[in-house]
Design a protein around this ligand. Structure first.
Ligand SMILES: Cc1cc2nc3c(=O)[nH]c(=O)nc-3n(C[C@H](O)[C@H](O)[C@H](O)COP(=O)(O)OP(=O)(O)OC[C@H]3O[C@@H](n4cnc5c(N)ncnc54)[C@H](O)[C@@H]3O)c2cc1C
Length: 474
């Protein structure tokens, strides 16, 4: 194939705008590197990064592993990073509840792991566990308390990373699937999308479940990714708000098991299940699996009210032979892989640092820019603001509540539509504001959100995109 002339030239092209790709783009945006972030879909957080539990683990894997290292370099930084990136975060702590003597026998090993990772942890009696988290059931005989575990809004984290990157000059391009990669003398020289040929000195492969395809296109190492599905129940805020801690089950050999986790907006998640398959696009839920999730959850927290379930959903972990792959490709020296199956949110800051080190080690100039922003503007939120009554004086649109379930005002939706990386669909508004995500799932507020999108985007309401799959009029 005769190479087309370049439409543009960058030092680094990052492929994939999930939590890992956006974190890397944000990290590189504070340096002299010219960076382009390419995403196949129409927004950030369209893959695993939108359907996860939003736990920021303080430790997970065995000490000394790559996974535990990148978590360790991330977990203490969340309070500061989330303040700067306008991301909801609470370090609420977790209790791992052992209900049988076998499960209790596993707790000292977990305690040793946590301590070896430098994490605060202690074993307490069942009664002490219940005093900390009164919703834990009477069968709990011992608990492992992990005070540094946190909860984050994982979609707002991607939005925050991408917004910072864009404000610092990273080109963020959506609807730009990488369909080919050109190489010369064993090095990648250009990345091809349907719209452009982009010359680059380095490619960072943060394509999650599709990272094997990017490696293949680049002539890199041959590895296989496969989908590991996880199914969840989402429980309404009136009960979720009463949960003070994450409640973990005693872990299984290759998974943290099914847990009960409060979200930053007050709902609660029950799950996830674990199913490996070869169907990368299969996000269906299964009644039997969801019944299993309910049963496992009720063991831990018997009062979970299933009549308060808002919805069930499935998300896909990017699984591979290596749980975590952050490395320069074995064959192509200017291709860097950045993939994490189960803890990509918790480790995204550490992964971004590690990728920057690998790029610098491979010869990329990463001079720190003194003029780079380290924060994005904060948008005050009706639901979470300590003084919501003062907001109308800032902007009268705070008095117009568009989404009553989640208390989202017109001011917040307008801000989402005017960001450097704006919401381009109703789903994009949902990720940035939670409008349409509450108990009515948009049946009341969809019209108002559609109307605001149509005005901001200067298109007919019927042409407003709902999700990547279709428009409001379709
Ligand atoms: C059920 C479940 C629960 C989880 N719970 C947690 C948790 O509590 N805490 C935690 O830390 N982690 C958790 N995880 C793991 C975490 O979600 C993942 O590790 C993380 O989201 C992976 O991020 P990513 O950016 O690599 O992948 P993704 O978010 O999947 O992003 C990859 C992106 O690449 C894009 N892409 C693919 N191919 C191309 C192409 N050819 N061109 C351009 N773009 C392309 C995709 O469209 C996608 O947007 C959970 C995962 C699941 C599924």
């Amino acid at each position: 194939m005769t190479p087309r002339p370049a439409d543009q030239r960058f030092d680094v092209v990052v492929v994939g705008a999930g939590v890992i790709g956006t974190a890397i783009a944000a990290r590189l945006s504070s340096t002299s590197a010219r960076v382009c972030l390419l995403e196949a879909t129409d927004d950030v957080a369209e893959g695993a990064s939108k359907g996860n539990a939003g736990i920021t683990s303080s430790y997970y894997a065995a000490p000394g592993t790559l996974e535990s290292d990148v978590i360790a370099t991330s977990y203490r930084r969340w309070d500061d990073v989330c303040r700067r990136l306008d991301v909801p975060f609470r370090r609420i702590g977790a209790v791992m509840a052992a209900l049988t003597s076998d499960e209790a026998d596993g707790l000292p090993g977990e305690l040793a792991n946590a301590k070896a990772c430098g994490v605060a942890a202690s074993i307490v009696s069942g009664d002490q566990a219940r005093r900390l988290e009164p919703l834990i059931g009477p069968d709990c005989i011992q608990g492992l308390v992990l005070p540094d575990e946190g909860i984050i809004d994982p979609m707002r984290l991607c939005v925050g990373f991408a917004e910072l990157a864009a404000r610092n000059g990273v080109q963020v391009r959506f609807d730009s699937p990488v369909i080919d990669i050109e190489s010369q003398d064993g090095r990648v020289v250009a990345v091809i999308t349907p719209q452009a040929r982009i010359e680059t000195s380095f490619v960072v492969n943060a394509a999650g479940l599709f990272a094997d395809q990017i490696s293949e296109l680049a002539g890199g190492t041959n590895f296989k990714m496969w989908p590991r599905k996880g199914e969840y129940w989402l429980i309404d805020r009136d009960w979720g708000r009463t949960l003070r801690h994450i409640v973990f089950a005693a872990p299984l050999p290759d998974s943290k098991g099914i847990h009960v986790v409060p979200t930053t907006n007050g709902t609660a998640l029950l799950g996830p299940s674990v199913t490996d398959s070869d169907r990368r696009y299969d996000k269906t839920t299964d009644a039997e699996m969801l019944a299993h999730v309910t049963e496992k959850t009720k063991r831990l927290v018997p009062s979970v009210p299933m009549d308060r379930a808002i919805k069930a959903f499935a998300a896909i972990r990017p699984a591979s032979e290596k749980k975590v792959r952050i490395e320069v490709d074995e064959v192509v020296p200017n291709l860097v892989h950045a993939i994490n199956r189960s803890t990509g949110v918790s480790s995204s800051l550490g992964i971004a640092d590690r990728v920057a080190e690998l790029l610098a080690g491979a010869g990329l100039d990463l001079t720190v820019r003194t003029d780079a922003l380290d924060h994005i503007p904060t948008v005050r939120r009706l639901l979470l603001d300590p003084e919501p009554e003062t907001l109308a004086a800032l902007d009268p649109r705070y008095t117009q509540v568009v989404c009553a379930c989640e208390d989202v005002s017109a001011a917040e939706i307008q801000a989402a539509l005017e960001m450097a990386v704006p919401a381009r669909s109703i789903d994009g508004v949902r990720k940035r504001t939670r409008a349409t995500a509450g108990r009515c799932q948009g049946s009341v507020c969809m019209a108002g959100v559609t109307f605001m999108c149509s005005l901001a985007q200067n298109r007919a309401p019927g042409d407003v995109v709902v999700t990547a799959a279709g428009t409001a009029g379709a």
